[in-house]
Structure formats: structure tokens, C-alpha cells
Design a protein around this ligand. Structure first.
Ligand code: TPP
Length: 309
């Protein structure tokens, strides 16, 4: 979670410096959802995510250097510098892609879960999406398909209470998105998305349900984004006081306090961890800044499955 937090801070700094290609959406406040779920998965499990996805890419195990390089549009990026923040994929880690199309992650993971079942593979597919994504038709179609086809799928809604500036209470016809699971005969589990252990326990049970019973689960992780929707958001739909109040539930400090109380984390260990992460992120930034852009001659590569140019 500390790695993600620091990565996001430096990504924001690189955006403000004009080095990032395209817009980015920071996941500061969402760290526990990504880490809690990924710790319950295996490397071969598939993951898809939405436009806000750096935390998912890092937590699934991609090399931070290549993730930062992707934001800067460099040839060494995990999508060769062609995807940017919203279109990162990594075949090595099972990351089928984060996606700029709201709702698309849900459909792709459903297809991946179908493939795993059809091929008799011992793997699950997990879709991450926001509260806004849960109001798209793809959400309902996918959960229905997963139910009738008994798919090993896990649907993780990162409910951060807003879709851009629209409050979830205004846009959504249920009090809890998890309630929608009952429409499709699957458990709808609410977890504290600011508590990594709460997320982990639910994700572990969901994976077991997917593998042993071949049944899907809907998890609603109630979280909060501590930053604007994207960089430059004036945030006039919420007050600064509200944000400050909610930041008191910072998932990193929540776990830190718990570890300290249990006597499992000393101040020295915390400082060492922070320094180690600072070094890793600084190395990633320097790697990205010093990497080349893709050559113009390759601009049409990957447009078709078979190269035509
Ligand atoms: C199909 C589609 N419609 C609209 C948009 C524009 N858009 C980008 S992010 C966003 C809100 C998404 O909200 P939510 O799913 O709650 O995720 P969050 O940004 O809160 O993480 C919208 C409407 C889009 N990218 N794709």
C-alpha cells in the first residue's frame, strides 16, 4: 500500500511537470482494495480494471519501472508506451487490462472466467470497477451471465462515493451496491475498503467459492478517493472538511497502528520501509524519464493481429 501511495504521488508530480501523456486518475485512498484482493489471488488469476487502475497493476505484480514508463508514453512501458495510464496490460501477471471505457472491465473478466471454466483451468477472473460502473448495463448482463453459467468470477466494486462529480446516493437505486448480488443469486458482500484485512478475508472466501463451487461473488468495498477524480478537478461537489475528515481513516495508517499495537512494527522498521519504497519509486521515475519514446516507424504496429505495415 505504501508503494502504491508513493507511486501515485510521484505520478501526480510527473503529470504536473508535463511529462505524462494523457490524463490520469489517482487511486490514493483505494490502496487497501487492490492489495487486499490481490493477496488473496494467485498469479495466474485474471484481473481487469477501470480507468483508475495504477494500484491494481502494481498490486498484481507488474514492475513499477515499466508502469511509470507507460504513464510517460515510453517504449519501455508495460504496453510499449501505447496505452498510457488507462490502457495498461501485462500478460506476465494475468492483468488483462485496465480500461478507459467505464463498465468494460466487467465484461472482459466475465469472458475470462468463462474461458477458465471452459478450459478446466484452476483460475478465477476478477473485475474491478467503480460505483459509476455498477450502473452500466454491462454490470447487470455480466452478473446474470456469471450466475446462469456458474462462472468463477469475482466482481469488486470500489465504491468511492462519486462518479466524477455525481454522488452515489444520487445515481444509484439501492443503498448498498452489494444488494444487487441477490438479483443474480450470488452473495453480495460489503467490506470496509479502507481496511486491507477486511478486504482480504472477503476476497479469499470469494476465490474459494469460485474455485470450489464455480460460483461468482459480488464484493462492494466502501472506500473514498482522497484526491480529485482526475488531476485538475476543482472538487466543488464536496468540501475540503469532508475530505479531511475521511482521510482520518487512511488505510495505510489504520494498518500501521494495528501492527504497532500488536508489537509487529517498530518506528525503525517503518522508516526503513518508507526509505526502501522511496528508492524504488525514484528509480522508476528516473527509468521512465531516461527511456526512449517509441519510434515513429512502429506507430502502426499492433493495430492488427497480423502486421500489415
Ligand atoms: C462508457 C463511458 N462513459 C463515460 C465515461 C467518462 N467517465 C470517465 S470516468 C467516469 C466516472 C466513473 O465513475 P466510477 O465508475 O464510480 O469510478 P471512479 O472514477 O469513481 O473510480 C466517467 C463517467 C467513460 N470513460 N466511459
Amino acid at each position: 500500500m505504501v508503494r502504491i501511495r508513493e507511486f501515485e504521488s510521484r505520478a501526480e508530480e510527473q503529470t504536473l511537470a508535463g511529462n505524462v501523456v494523457g490524463g490520469i486518475h489517482l487511486a490514493i485512498g483505494h490502496e487497501a482494495v487492490a492489495v487486499g484482493v490481490m493477496q488473496a489471488l494467485r498469479r495466474e488469476d485474471y484481473v481487469t480494471g477501470p480507468h483508475r487502475g495504477h494500484h491494481l497493476v502494481l498490486a498484481k505484480g507488474s514492475d513499477m519501472k515499466n508502469v511509470m514508463a507507460e504513464l510517460l508514453g515510453k517504449a519501455t512501458g508495460i504496453s510499449g508506451g501505447r496505452g498510457g495510464s488507462m490502457h495498461m496490460a501485462d500478460a506476465e501477471t494475468g492483468l488483462l487490462g485496465v480500461n478507459g471505457i467505464v463498465g468494460a472491465s466487467i465484461v472482459i473478466a466475465t469472458g475470462a472466467a468463462f474461458s477458465a471454466k471452459y478450459l478446466g483451468q484452476d483460475r478465477v477472473a476478477v473485475a474491478f470497477f467503480g460505483d459509476g460502473g455498477s450502473n452500466k448495463g454491462q454490470f447487470h448482463e455480466s452478473l446474470n451471465m456469471a450466475s446462469i453459467l456458474d462462472l468463477p468470477a469475482i466482481y469488486v466494486c470500489e465504491n468511492n462515493e462519486f462518479a466524477v462529480e455525481t454522488a452515489v446516493s444520487y445515481s444509484t437505486g439501492v443503498d448498498n451496491i452489494a444488494e444487487r448480488g441477490s438479483s443474480y443469486r450470488m452473495p453480495g458482500i460489503i467490506v470496509d475498503g479502507l481496511d486491507v484485512l477486511d478486504v482480504y478475508v472477503a476476497a479469499k472466501e470469494a476465490r474459494q467459492r469460485a474455485v470450489q463451487d464455480s460460483r461468482p461473488t459480488l464484493i462492494e468495498a466502501k472506500t473514498y478517493r482522497f484526491k480529485g477524480h482526475s488531476i485538475g478537478d476543482k472538487e466543488d461537489y464536496r468540501t475540503k472538511e469532508e475530505v479531511q475528515e475521511r482521510m482520518k481513516s487512511d488505510p495505510i495508517f489504520k494498518l500501521k497502528h494495528r501492527l504497532e499495537e500488536a508489537g509487529w512494527l517498530s518506528e525503525q522498521q517503518w522508516n526503513e520501509l518508507k526509505s526502501e519504497v522511496d528508492r524504488e519509486v525514484e528509480t522508476a521515475v528516473q527509468f521512465a524519464l531516461n527511456s526512449p519514446l517509441p519510434s515513429a516507424a512502429t506507430a502502426l504496429h499492433h493495430v492488427y493481429a497480423k502486421e500489415m505495415f
